[in-house]
Every structure is written in C-alpha cells, then in structure tokens.
Write a protein that binds this ligand. Structure first.
Ligand code: NAP
Ligand code: ZN
Length: 358
C-alpha cells in the first residue's frame, strides 16, 4: 500500500516538468505525513535535474525546501501531531547512531544520510522531493515552523537558511574583533546570498554584498547590508584587497577563486557553499599567504536547522520570494540561472488541486 500524490516530474534533463502521480510510502510507525503548502526552488534542484552534478535518476521530482502541515503520524510518533506547522529540508533519513548523527550533524552521517530527492532510501527506492502535494518523512527529519513565519517565506529557510546560517555561526560572523563587528562579505545575491545577508546582519556583522553589478543595490541595503560592491568594476579586486574577515561564497558558477581569496585579511576565512558543476582553479599560494582558511559547508544538522528557524522568527527574518504556479517552474529555472529572481522562487502547491495528470 502507498499514498498516490500529484507531483512535478521530469523524465529527463531536457524534458519539461509535467504533473504526474507519484507514490509515497504508507507511513511507518515513526513517520509523519505532511500536506505541502509551499516548496522553494533551490539552485541545487536545477544542477541536479539538469544532470550538472552527474546523472540523476529519472523520472524525478526535486525540491528540498518544504513547508506544510502534519496530516497524519505513525503510531510511535510523539513529537508531532496533526495540524503542526512543519518543514523538511535536504535530508529525510540517516543512521541515527554514528558519531556525526549523535552530534546532530546528520548531513555528515558516516553511513550516508538520505537526501530528500535523487537519493537511495533505506528501502532501496529513489527518494522524490517536495514539488508535490504531500511527503512522508521520518519524524527525526521534521522541523517546527514558528507561527511568525508564513509557509511560503519559511520554505526557503529549510535549505537556503540553514546553508548560510551554519557557516556564519561556525566562523563567528557575529563575534566582534578588536571591539568592532566583523567584516563579512556575502558573495552572490541569490537565494542563499539574500538569506546570508539577513542572518549575518542579525548576528551583528558589518555586511558587504559582492554582486556582479549594482542592479540589486537598493534591495541589498533593504536586507540590512551596509554596502554593495560590483565585482565587475575594473578596480574591484585591487581596491578591496585584504578587506574582509569572512567571505560567504554562494556562487553557482565558475569564479576566479584566487582573486577572491585576496579580498580576505590575514587568517580570514572563505566559507564555500556554492557548488558549480565544474572543478575550480586554486593556487595553494592564495591560502598560504596570510594563513587563510578555505572551508566548505554542507547544509546543517537538524538541531541547528531548528535553531535557525527560531532565530529567523525572533529577528523578523524570512525569505523574499516570488510565487510561481506549478505550470511556471521551467520558466522560473531559466530565470534563476540568469540571476533574475528576487530572491527565491517558491511554488504554490495549492495549484495541484485542479491540475490534470499528464
Ligand atoms: P541562485 O539563487 O542562483 O544564486 C546564485 C548567485 O550566484 C546569483 O544570484 C549570482 O549573484 C551569482 N552568480 C550566478 N552566476 C554567476 C556567474 N556566472 N558569475 C558570478 N556570479 C554568478 O542560487 P542558490 O539557490 O542561492 O544556490 C547557490 C549555490 O549554492 C548553488 O551552486 C547551489 O547548488 C549551492 N547550494 C549549496 C548548498 C550547500 O549545502 N553547500 C545548499 C544549497 C545550495 P549576483 O547576481 O548577485 O552576481
Ligand atoms: Zn538547496
């Protein structure tokens, strides 16, 4: 037995999205069934379904920024009840027993965490993501959405929020240095970047947005950034050498990494979250000089995701979104890639109700 739900599905990287019926497992004793109200479009969905990160498993439904309401719970579930406002991010299972899982770092599970889509589940099936009416998830991978946050502006927090919060937190964006706020640069003002700006500002950092042009300057300032700089300016790299304590790199495409590392102060940190499809060029000299740190960061664990949701509610932070219907997702993808979305496209799943299965 399983639950049949409507979902947006692609049968290949170049095929359009179509509404299809997909099967969700019948809830196990420790599962939660969620009626999805909103699903964010992350650039990772695009990299995955366009085979930019390797061959995906088709037919596939993506989406790992999920917000909705608990519709049913398995018999052993005690933390969640019908009607709860909840979210699901990039993971839906992990072993729960290894050192990393026990430390609340399920994304680093030593036995491999199960991704929300395009991942092999414990029962051997390929997981299907959140561009759908409902999802069935192990209760440990569910977070509570504070009442202060509407579903559509909360959904992007489940990936873009935690992916920026975790490295900003880990590298002390909010800690003062020599009595002054740290100078944090957010590189790329897209879905992740616009969350990173708001979170770093709320942590108390002095935030500069580094964007290709000054087109989004007004919005960057409205998000709380102190300033914006255009990386395309002729003298940009020489004028801002050695300026930042921390750079949060959210860029989805190839960049001259060495040049950006020179923007750091001695012992400064570049935390990389953007994952372009191609390998990037790096000279070790760029981190050896000035004893700089080049660090990666992959989403965040479930306890920290809950902490981030509560932090956002407390500080009045939410995603700035454009709502798209289920028929507009292919167009939205092209707009994301061209940097045209301000700043996250979110699918209104209510439109599944009247949609015909193709
Ligand atoms: P997005 O909304 O498309 O934002 C990416 C930003 O990168 C754009 O807004 C743009 O900023 C900049 N950019 C794009 N193309 C560029 C180019 N050719 N040269 C220079 N800058 C360029 O994407 P997103 O959803 O925020 O995701 C960003 C990246 O993070 C993706 O690679 C995604 O897969 C990855 N990601 C990683 C994790 C993780 O756990 N590490 C989690 C989620 C996503 P400007 O327009 O301001 O220049
Ligand atoms: Zn994502």
């Amino acid at each position: 037995m399983s639950i049949t739900v409507k979902a947006l599905q692609k049968t290949g990287p170049d095929q359009p999205f179509k509404v299809a019926n997909i099967e969700r497992r019948d809830p196990r004793a420790d599962d939660v069934v969620i009626d999805i109200k909103a699903a964010g479009i992350c650039h990772s969905d695009i990299h995955t379904i366009r085979n930019e990160w390797g061959e995906a498993s088709f037919p596939l439904t993506v989406g790992h920024e999920i917000a909705g309401v608990v519709e049913a719970v398995g018999e052993n579930v005690t933390d969640w009840k019908v009607g709860d406002r909840v979210g699901v991010g990039c993971m839906v299972d992990s072993c729960g027993e290894c050192e990393e899982c026990r430390a609340g770092q399920e994304q680093n599970c030593l036995n491999g965490s199960v991704g929300t889509y395009n991942s092999t589940d414990v029962d051997g099936t390929v997981t299907q993501g959140g561009y759908a009416e409902k999802v069935v998830v192990n209760e440990r991978f569910v977070c509570r959405i504070p009442d202060a946050l509407d579903f559509d502006v909360a959904a992007p927090l489940l990936c873009a929020g935690i992916t920026t919060y975790a490295p900003l937190n880990r590298w002390g964006a909010g800690e003062a240095k020599n009595g002054a706020p740290k100078k944090v640069a957010v590189l790329g003002l897209g879905g992740l970047g616009h969350m990173g700006v708001q979170i770093a500002v709320a942590m108390g950092a002095d935030v500069t947005v580094l964007s290709r042009s000054m087109k989004k300057e007004q919005e960057a300032l409205e998000l709380g950034a102190q300033r914006m700089l255009a990386t395309s300016d002729e003298d940009f790299f020489s004028d801002h050498k050695g300026e930042f304590d921390l750079i949060l790199n959210t860029i989805s495409a190839d960049i001259p990494v060495d040049r950006y590392l020179r923007l750091l102060k001695a012992r400064g940190v570049m935390a990389v979250v953007g994952l372009p499809p191609e390998k990037q060029d790096l000279s070790f000299g760029s981190v050896i000089g000035g004893a700089k740190v080049l660090a990666g960061s992959n989403i965040g664990g479930i306890p920290e995701t809950q902490e981030m949701l509560d932090f956002c509610a407390e500080h009045g932070i939410a995603a700035k979104i454009e709502t798209v219907g289920i028929g507009e997702v292919d167009v939205a993808y092209d707009r994301v890639v061209s940097g045209d979305v301000h700043f996250r496209a979110v699918i209104d799943t209510a439109s599944f109700a009247d949609a015909e299965v193709a």
